[in-house]
Design a protein around this ligand. Structure first.
Ligand code: F6P
Length: 549
């Protein structure tokens, strides 16, 4: 076994945490600020442009010490070493997990099966940057001699969410290329995009690690057909490029070898935006900004690998999340970026976190009897406040929430940024402090309400408070800082997987649905619907008009 293997619930620290939970569960965060005089100092961290405040959480210094003890008993430090050194820690697929190698700074060799992969990474990057420069300078021409003005990323899951989220997040750093993303299998998705583009000036990036994904191949084939309805076959090489590990399948699709950008099996789909899969990002913001994205992630990698646990931002975030998930029985976590640019960060992290840690079997292959992967949800700042914050403030569920904000806006627009930041700060204050019945009553009295009216209304206006948040305040949304932010969450995923004793880098749970949908498709095509359960049989008939109700 490449990774340590401990049932976390059997570790001493886990048992101590259970006892500790019972002892402190009734304390409020506000009271803890009274009893722990140095609380803010102990729980707020500065790293480069990041200020991370973990003090508004239902935990004490002792909790942190015990969580750190848990990490040590689970042998987290040795697991981190295995992760960075290229051991095949994705054991069920016998693969290394080396997205960190793609952004490694310096010249240290990184070996997979005894071979240094850094020269290969450098070559792939050079090819990508060279291509992006040709396209951006207008040197790369479409089949009628015009330069490219639009790019269409055709992929799904990790071959879509990362590129789409980052391209959108860094729109400010964009250029004359308009990026589009096609992912869903229904023809409507790509048809709406085809309405907006000109085949003579569009570049199509077909991205699929396996090059077998139904959605991506169906979209790529239909788009290719559409393209060939106005262009000759020979034009394919000027308009279609592929990113994949599966060279045979690309060849069968008809994409020229020189238009293929490599991908490696030591990069998981949901961690692949740093590789050639990020070609649409590289085109949309240019190679220099793309390089800064990698540098930011690389710097966070170093922080994660080299900092002691008690100062390690991704590790502390992971441990706090375990504290809520396994001791407070919190079911979900919200992620709220206070910028419209990051509106799709929660959707991106849903794949990263839930596809990685949504596992019910431990590293021995045994069913687990403790909670693993958290449910992730969220939306951008003030939009979220006007949508679902009611439930976070006054609902019955405990929802630890990450608030991500940027001190400086990218555009200067009057007092908008001051308003945004005031909201950002006010929400975490409100969640922690709440509003007592006495305060509510006083406010209502001041408004002139009668005693009876006050008694009736007050319970609805009380905020119990004591709702936990993490605040990540970052200087500015730059490619570098975005790279570091994403890397924080990637490492948080890793740490949680280690402590929960699960394999975070496979995704067998997505296979059954794919398998059954292929079978149903075949049956429908052959008009031979074999026996399913009654509900499924009826749905098939209903959808395909046989005996429709
Ligand atoms: O179905 C899930 C998944 O395998 C993801 O893990 C992956 O990111 C996505 O499908 C796309 O896979 P591919 O890049 O091989 O097309």
């Amino acid at each position: 076994m490449k990774l340590p293997n401990h049932n976390p619930t059997q570790l001493t620290a886990w048992k101590e945490l259970e006892a500790h939970f019972s002892a402190i569960q009734d304390q409020t965060i506000l009271n803890l600020f009274e009893t722990e005089k140095d609380r803010l100092n102990q729980l707020a961290f500065t790293w480069e442009d990041f200020y991370v405040d973990l003090s508004k959480n239902r935990l004490t210094q002792k909790t942190i010490q015990l969580l750190i003890k848990l990490a040590k008993e689970a042998e987290l430090p040795s697991a981190i070493a295995s992760y960075f050194s290229g051991e095949a820690i994705n054991e069920t697929e016998n693969r290394a997990v080396l997205h960190t190698a793609l952004r490694a700074q310096g010249n240290t060799a990184i070996k997979v099966d005894g071979e240094d992969i850094t020269p290969e990474i450098k070559r792939a990057k050079e090819k990508m940057y060279g291509f992006a420069k040709e396209v951006l300078s207008g040197q790369w021409k479409g089949y009628t001699g015009k330069s490219i003005d639009s790019i269409v990323n055709i992929g799904i899951g990790g071959s879509d969410l990362g590129p789409a989220m980052v391209t959108e997040a860094l729109e400010y750093y964009g250029n004359h290329l308009t990026p589009y993303f096609v992912s869903n299998v229904e023809g409507d998705h790509h048809k709406e995009i085809l309405k907006k583009i000109d085949p003579e000036t569009t570049l199509f990036l077909v991205i699929s690690k396996t090059f077998t994904t139904q959605e991506t191949l169906s979209n790529a084939n239909s788009i290719r057909e559409w393209f060939l309805s106005s262009a000759p076959e020979s034009a394919i090489s000027q308009h279609f490029v592929a990113i994949s590990t599966n060279l045979e399948k690309i060849d069968a699709f008809g994409i020229a070898p020189e238009n293929v950008f490599p991908m490696n099996d030591w990069v998981g789909g949901r961690f692949s935006l740093w590789s050639s899969v990020g070609l649409s990002i590289c085109l949309a913001i240019g190679p220099d900004h793309f390089e800064n994205l990698l540098r930011g992630a690389g710097a966070m990698d170093q922080h994660f690998r080299d900092s002691p646990t008690e100062k390690n931002i991704p590790t502390l975030l992971a441990l706090i999340s375990i504290w809520y998930n396994n001791f407070w029985q919190a079911e979900s976590e919200a992620i709220i970026p206070y910028t419209q640019y990051l509106r799709n960060l929660p959707a991106y992290l849903q794949q990263g976190i839930m596809e990685s840690n949504g596992k019910g079997v431990d590293r021995n292959g045994n069913a687990i009897n403790y909670q693993t992967g958290t449910l992730i949800w969220g939306a951008s700042g003030t939009n979220a406040q006007h949508a679902f914050f009611q439930l976070i403030h006054q609902g019955t569920k405990l929802i630890p929430t990450d608030f991500i904000g940027f001190k400086e806006s990218l555009h200067e627009t009057g007092d908008h940024q001051a308003k945004l930041l005031s909201n950002f700060i006010a929400q975490t204050e409100a969640l922690m402090c709440g509003k007592s019945e006495a305060t509510v009553q006083k406010e209502l009295e001041e408004k002139g309400l009668s005693k009876e009216q006050i008694l009736q209304l007050a319970p609805f206006k009380v905020f119990t408070g004591n709702r936990p948040t993490n605040t990540l305040l970052i200087k500015k949304l730059t490619p570098y800082n975005l790279g570091a932010l994403i890397a924080i969450y990637e490492h948080k995923i890793f740490v949680q997987g280690i402590l929960w004793n699960i394999f975070s880098y496979d995704q067998w749970g997505v296979e059954l649905g794919k398998q059954l949908s292929s079978a149903i498709l075949e049956e429908v095509k052959n008009k031979a619907i074999t026996a399913h359960d009654p509900s499924t049989n009826h749905l098939i008939k209903n959808c395909f008009n046989e005996g429709q109700k």
